[in-house]
Each structure stands twice: as C-alpha cells, then as structure tokens.
Design a protein. Structure first.
Length: 213
C-alpha cells in the first residue's frame, strides 16, 4: 500500500485537491442559492410546503439517475459533475435556511424596522445572523453529503478521488484493485473530516457568543 501511494503521491494529492475544490465550490454556490430561495419561501406559507416537498423528492433521486439525466444536456465532464453536486448540496441548506429564518423572533424584526432599517438591512444585519447557526448546520450536512456525490460524479469523468474507487472496482482481482479503492475511499473521508473541522472553526468565528449553542 505504501509503495502504491509513494509512487503516485503527486497524482493522489492533485486529485485530492480537485475533489475538495469541486465540493467547496459547489457548496458555496448552493449556499447562496439556498439562502436566496429561503428568503423568498419564508414570505409565503404556500411556497414553504412546496419547497419541503421538492426537497424531500430531490433527496430520493439516486445520484446515478441524476447524472444519467444530465448527460444528454451537459455531456461527460466537469460541468455535469458540478451541476449534480450543486443540486444535492442545495437541498439540506435550503431546508435549514427556511427553518432558521422562520425561527427569528418577529419582534426583533419590528424593532429593526422601527430603527429605520430597510428590508435588505433587516435581512443582512438581523435575520441572517440570527439564522446563521441553523444555516451553517445545513452547510455541514451538505458538505459531507457532497463528498460522496462528487465521488459518484467521477463516473462521468468528474474531477476528484472517485475515479480511484471506480478504477479499483473495474480491476477487481487485479494487483492494485484494493489499493485504488482504499486510497479513493480513505482520501474522501479525510477530506470530509478536514472540511467539517474548517466549518466548525468558521462557526466559532462567525456565530455570536450570545446565540452560540
């Protein structure tokens, strides 16, 4: 195993960076999309029910199925992987963002408006900061889930460590089949743990001590 890793060290490090880069970019885009959608949804009870239903349905769609549906439109490559990972990344963040924004005390919003804040000011300076702990919890779930989806997206030549897993499965019985699978799987787990640790640190830095759990 160590000889296998040392011989391919540079490539493994590059693929690890690619995997982390894909997931982080997708989660960042998903966070922006989810928060914007949540702001619209919270203002309409009807939209809340629709959003919950669509989110539940979206999470039941198998990753392979979504990738297959995207192939005729985006073909094989990074774009398909990016869209697939972003789609799944949006769902848990959206659900948490809706819950977090709904939990903000209406009296605080009225007080902010009474102080002369506009709609955007109230959103940016009151609602999002108070909802941020719940939103960040959704981001953490999204990050972990996206690590696995990104591995599956390697089936359509998406970047990252998933290619090692598929290569190992394709070479079952071969000399390095297990090595490829183990390197890909363990690498994804390590990247996921590091990403979660960074998000925990982000929470410590961005969540007010008064509302920190």
């Amino acid at each position: 195993m160590w000889d296998f890793i040392s011989e391919r060290r540079d490539q493994i490090l590059y693929n690890t960076f690619q995997h982390a880069n894909l997931v982080i970019q997708c989660v960042l885009v998903a966070t922006v999309i989810a928060v914007l959608l949540a702001v619209v949804i919270v203002g309409s009870p009807k939209l809340q029910a629709v959003a919950n239903t669509l989110s539940a349905i979206g999470l039941t769609i198998p990753s392979f199925a979504l990738v297959g549906l995207l192939l005729p439109l985006t073909s094989i490559g990074t774009i398909t992987a990016f869209i697939a990972v972003t789609f799944y990344a949006v769902l848990p963040i959206l659900r948490n963002a809706v819950v977090g924004l709904k939990q903000v005390d209406p009296t605080l919003l009225e007080s902010a408006r009474g102080m002369g804040m506009g709609r955007l000011g109230v959103l940016w300076r009151v609602q999002i900061p108070l909802a941020w702990p719940v939103i960040l919890a959704g981001v953490r779930v999204s990050m972990q889930m996206s690590m696995g989806v990104a591995a599956i997206a390697a089936y359509v030549l998406g970047p990252g460590l998933g290619g090692y897993i598929f290569k190992g499965l394709a070479q079952i019985g071969g000399a390095n089949a297990v090595n490829y699978a183990v390197v890909g799987t363990v690498g994804i787990v390590i990247v996921a743990l590091l990403a979660d640790a960074l998000l925990l640190l982000l929470g410590r830095l961005t969540i007010s001590k008064g509302i920190r759990v």
